[in-house]
Design a protein around this ligand. Structure first.
Ligand SMILES: Cc1ncc(COP(=O)(O)O)c(C=O)c1O
Length: 396
């Protein structure tokens, strides 16, 4: 008897490579001890949230005694939180925003699901530039959509504009861009984003409905060496920004994220009404109360200290990989390296790394075969002790 749907059975069997590495890592740690294993598989920020977050927790303790303080609120979030978010995001996106254009959600993942639920017709296509965050495929499929991948530019993991243009069909409803990019560490230039918006707007006119440019930006704060992450909202009325406080303020488990739409979009009230209704009917109901207070306390606080720590770790790992002879692009953003797998077979090479007690994720898990992903959201000591393992693994 089938206790789950055929599709779910297939998804379970496929699993996620990140998850499998996580389980393999636990096995290795049990066998050889926590200290012996260098786990670069997970993108879970290991830094503490800013001190303002702990301060807010103390205030919440007394607030929680008030009747209704942890009850439901509007499905899109508290209005005071939306006002604060709109002001902050407006400065970042160089676009005047009000609470009418923003909605709070359960993480960036929740915002993407609400968005797809709101705009996709069955069989609609969502484009993503490979390599990409593999959950996008599930999120689109959750709402009847089909993820269609487009290869990136060969030399720098940037978007191949011509490839995107030729992938557009009458079924295309959105392109997701993720810059800074998980897993490649690429940051898209203002010119590339402008050209992408142009190509999508031309497609929208040709096919008679919006093709949205969805910028998924949870790593916006993590751009190194003064590299700018250009805003997308000014580029098109069909631009949409999705992000969260998971990575910048270390609140990944608290599930607070958002979506912002352009004030210039024709029909923006209807789109926002759909997003808010989706937040409710997908069962999120509303963003978490505590998360919104923590977000408000953290909003606008500096992320410079976190950036400096990740920059130091990036340089440490770059030196180790370089010394061992790996081929890689120094990440411009995020906490990921995406080196070439020596010998070309990423699945085999990740197995070899495991023999040297190093955990990585095969690029195939991100639509990027021939590469592997290393997350440096790990203590410096883990990076330092991986030197020998990386050197031995490449020697075979
Ligand atoms: C590219 C990308 N988008 C979205 C998410 C989901 O973020 P959140 O935890 O805010 O839902 C992640 C999480 O790793 C990510 O890497």
């Amino acid at each position: 008897m089938n206790v789950v749907s055929a599709q779910m059975a297939e998804n379970i069997a496929g699993g996620s490579m990140i998850r499998r590495m996580f389980e393999a890592g636990n096995e290795l740690k049990k066998k050889f001890g926590e200290e012996a294993v260098c786990d670069f598989s997970l993108g879970n920020p290991d830094l503490a949230p800013p001190p303002e977050v702990s301060g807010e927790f103390r205030l919440l303790e007394s607030r929680s005694r008030e009747p209704g303080s942890l009850g439901y609120m509007s499905n899109g979030g508290f209005s005071w939180a939306l006002d604060k978010l709109a002001a902050w995001l407006g400065r970042q996106q160089k676009t005047e925003l009000t609470r009418q254009e923003v909605m709070l959600s359960c993480g960036a993942a929740g915002a993407l699901n609400s968005f797809f639920h709101t705009v996709l017709e069955p069989g609609d296509e969502v484009l993503a530039i490979a390599p990409y965050f593999v959950e996008y495929g599930f999120y689109a499929a959750n709402h009847g959509g089909i993820l269609k991948t487009v290869p990136c530019r060969k030399n720098d993991f940037g978007p191949d504009i011509e490839a995107v243009a030729s992938a557009i069909s009458p079924r295309t409803r959105a392109l997701i861009v993720n810059s800074p990019n998980n897993p490649s560490g690429a940051v898209y230039s203002a010119e590339d984003l402008r050209r992408l918006a142009e190509v999508l707007d031309a497609g929208s006119r040709r096919h008679g409905r919006p093709i949205y440019l969805v910028a998924d930006e949870p790593y916006r704060f993590l751009a190194y060496d003064g590299c700018e992450v250009p805003p997308v909202l000014p580029l098109s009325p069909h631009a949409v920004v999705v992000s969260s406080f998971s990575k910048n303020y270390g609140l990944a488990g608290e599930r607070v994220g958002y979506i912002a739409i352009s004030p210039l979009l024709e029909g923006r009230e209807t789109l926002m009404a759909g997003l808010v209704l989706s937040n409710r009917t997908l069962g999120y109901v509303n963003p978490p109360v505590v998360g919104q207070y923590l977000m408000a306390a953290a909003l606008g606080t500096s992320t410079d200290d976190a950036l400096a720590i990740y920059a130091r770790r990036r340089d440490m790992l770059a030196e180790i990989l370089d010394e061992a002879g790996y081929e890689f692009m120094l990440p411009k953003g995020t906490f990921y390296f995406f080196p070439k797998a020596p010998g070309g077979d990423d699945l085999a090479f990740v197995e070899r790394l495991k023999e040297h007690l190093i955990l990585a994720v095969p690029g195939s898990g991100f639509g990027g075969p021939g590469y592997f992903r290393l997350s440096f959201a790990v203590p410096d000591a883990v990076i330092a002790r991986s030197r020998e393992g990386f050197a031995r693994a490449i020697r075979g």
